[in-house]
Design a protein around this ligand. Structure first.
Ligand code: ADP
Length: 171
């Protein structure tokens, strides 16, 4: 079988246990997995690119090294996803599918990308059941209102969220 490089793109604002679940599953399937952070998403992000990358770096270090050894890469990109995927010589775009809410958007995105690059396939993976309703936006909302987000994000992300919210409050 050919060497398979997959790109997992996202905003990761911030990375959650749901993202990590998809990354771990991707590591079982692909020879190389590039976690690619969208540098300038169309919507404003809560965390800067540097902060999003930093949280991911720490979170990825927490994964089982035997599995991740030299297979996992963390990058950011600014250009069109399809161009970035080509540049990396990858043929797979990895996406996570949560409950029904993701389906329409993800399907649209996958088919648009296929029209631009027929040789690149989008592969969808379902997360563990406990993460099916987990989204970064919700995590930020809960944290902003003083709720406990420790079941949803790695410890380091939890601390970064608290610090960010406190720093915004004192401004
Ligand atoms: P979000 O802000 O919606 O969490 P991202 O742009 O960071 O989105 O997501 C990148 C990819 O990860 C998308 O394919 C998204 O559907 C997927 N994803 C995000 N959270 C989860 C989760 N809890 N379970 C499965 N996939 C997820």
């Amino acid at each position: 079988m050919a060497w398979t490089i997959a790109v997992y793109p996202g905003t990761f604002d911030p990375v959650t246990n749901g993202h990590l679940d998809i990354i771990e599953r991707g590591l079982h399937l692909f020879d190389q997995l590039i976690v690619a952070v969208v540098a300038q998403p169309s919507k404003n992000t809560f965390f800067s690119l540097e902060e999003r990358m930093d949280m991911l770096r720490v979170a990825l270090q927490g994964l089982d090294v035997r599995k991740t050894n030299s297979k996992l890469h963390l990058e950011s990109f600014e250009n069109l996803l399809i161009d970035y995927v080509r540049q990396k010589k990858a043929h797979v775009i990895l996406r996570g599918l949560r409950a029904l809410s993701d389906f329409e958007y993800e399907f649209e995105l996958a088919l648009t990308n296929r029209r631009m690059a027929a040789d690149i396939e989008t592969v969808f993976l379902a997360p563990s059941q406990e993460y099916v309703f987990l989204r970064a936006t919700l995590v930020k909302e809960v944290a902003r209102h003083g709720g406990n987000v420790s079941p949803f994000v790695p410890d380091y992300v939890n601390r970064c969220l608290m610090e960010k919210i406190q720093s915004l409050a004192v401004r």
